[in-house]
Design a protein around this ligand. Structure first.
Ligand SMILES: [Fe+2]
Length: 419
């Protein structure tokens, strides 16, 4: 997930009071450490050359992501709330995601090698110094209340982990240092192809409390007609049949095996396409065409959210370490109330909806996160993928991307009218 960043934090200064460390501060420090551990673990097996190589014009070299993660942390957790000067002068300009399109990021004098590693740890040390001095329990400042800005920076690092995995899929012979095969070996489940959702007046979006992005708010009622939705994500088997019958483009990373079937090459491994797994790496046009071919349609994002009610994020293939999907129908004990499984995790699901503001939307804490992306050029995806960290995924979470993108971990499930 690529996100814009603020051009500058100027103009924002908050009041900081000295206090003893609170349990909230301890929890924040632990979570920051865990997030960084995961980031570094993802790239641990790579050479310096691999970290700096451009694998795709639409993805940053990994070294840029690492510097950007640390620089974004410095901007918010050190400069903005700690009121400190930038550590490395104009460095932030190199890591501004809006000013520097991905295809030119490797030409910039970004930090590399030991210099990059020491910048990351120096920023972290200052972050912890600032955190020590904050009074998070007695603040009216919306950026600090309930540790909001720390949630923002954690979510940012989690989401960059997923972007990094988009690139890691292209790295020849990438071998993660740790792998959890649990969800990948979960059994499927039997059930109807589609389940019915009653509709009616449905509450959409995140409530006023707890962490959520500005684009998930405010929570509001939407009137939905009853509809049906696929019980599982669309499988590789079904998508292969669609490709064979229509001559449509196959998903990213698929190639003919010469015997009428398909292979898939990611992370330097070529394997036969498993028909039981959810299809992944399809763009919006492919998803939409599949749904039409199947006599169905893509759900709107509101239908998707209504169908996802009750889905259990703890029983979902999230958090990266499986490095692939569970079979369609797996993790049935985490099903949504309507009976649909895998609403969360495995693949991001394309919806029919454009990325638009909710009624009463207010940009917070900066317009470059969501507001500049609203409009018909971006389509909404829901639910998170195996490559998403668990702490960033919830049923109200809205991801968005250009309809032609397929390097993202995107699949689909179909809907149809109640008839
Ligand atoms: Fe970013």
């Amino acid at each position: 997930m690529s996100r814009g960043e603020p051009r500058s934090a100027d103009g924002y200064r908050c009041q900081i009071a000295l206090t003893a460390e609170s349990p909230l501060q301890d929890r924040i420090a632990d979570r920051l450490a865990e997030a960084r551990e995961r980031t570094l673990e993802l790239v641990e097996s790579l050479s310096e050359e691999q970290l700096n190589r451009v694998y795709s014009p639409i993805l940053s070299p990994l070294a840029w992501d690492l510097g950007h993660i640390a620089n974004f942390e410095e901007l918010w957790l050190v400069q903005t709330i700690g009121d400190r000067e930038p550590m490395r002068g104009e460095l932030g300009q190199l890591y501004d995601a809006i000013e520097n399109p991905r295809k030119i990021r490797n030409e910039l004098p970004i930090l590399r090698g030991d210099d990059l590693r020491s910048y990351m740890s120096e920023v972290r040390q200052r972050t912890l110094d600032v955190l020590d001095d904050l009074n998070l329990d007695e603040t009216d400042d919306p950026i600090l209340r309930d540790g909001f800005v720390y949630e923002l920076i954690l979510a940012h690092e989690y989401q960059h982990n997923e972007t990094m995995l988009q690139l890691l899929q292209m790295v020849e012979s990438y071998e993660p240092v740790r792998r959890d095969d649990g969800p990948a070996s979960e059994p499927g489940s039997d059930g109807p192809d589609m389940v019915r959702v009653d509709g009616g007046s449905v509450q959409i979006g995140a409530g006023p409390n707890g962490y959520a992005y500005d684009n998930e708010r405010p929570r509001h009622a939407v009137e939905l007609a009853p509809f049906w939705i696929d019980r599982t994500p669309v499988t590789n088997g079904a998508f292969a049949q669609f490709v064979d019958e229509t001559g449509a483009e196959p998903p990213e990373y698929w190639e003919r095996d010469g015997e009428g079937g398909w292979t898939r090459t990611t992370m330097g491994r070529t394997e036969a396409v498993d028909p039981a797994l959810p299809v992944i790496h399809v763009d919006w046009h492919q998803a939409d065409a599949f749904a039409t071919w199947a006599g169905k349609r893509l759900p709107t994002e509101f239908e998707w959210e209504a169908a996802a009610l009750g889905a259990d994020p703890e029983r979902a293939n999230l958090d990266q370490l499986a490095f692939g999907c569970a079979p369609a129908g797996a993790l049935a004990d985490g099903a949504a109330d309507c009976g649909a499984v895998q609403m969360l995790g495995d693949v991001w699901e394309w919806t029919a909806s454009d990325f638009e503001r909710y009624p009463g939307f207010e940009a917070f804490p900066y317009p470059e996160y969501s507001e500049v992306f609203f409009g018909p050029e971006h389509k909404v995806l829901r639910g998170g993928a195996w490559a998403s960290r668990r702490d960033v995924i919830r049923t109200s979470f809205r991801n968005w991307d250009l309809p032609q993108r397929s390097q993202i971990f995107s699949g689909l499930r179909c809907a149809r009218e109640d008839r």
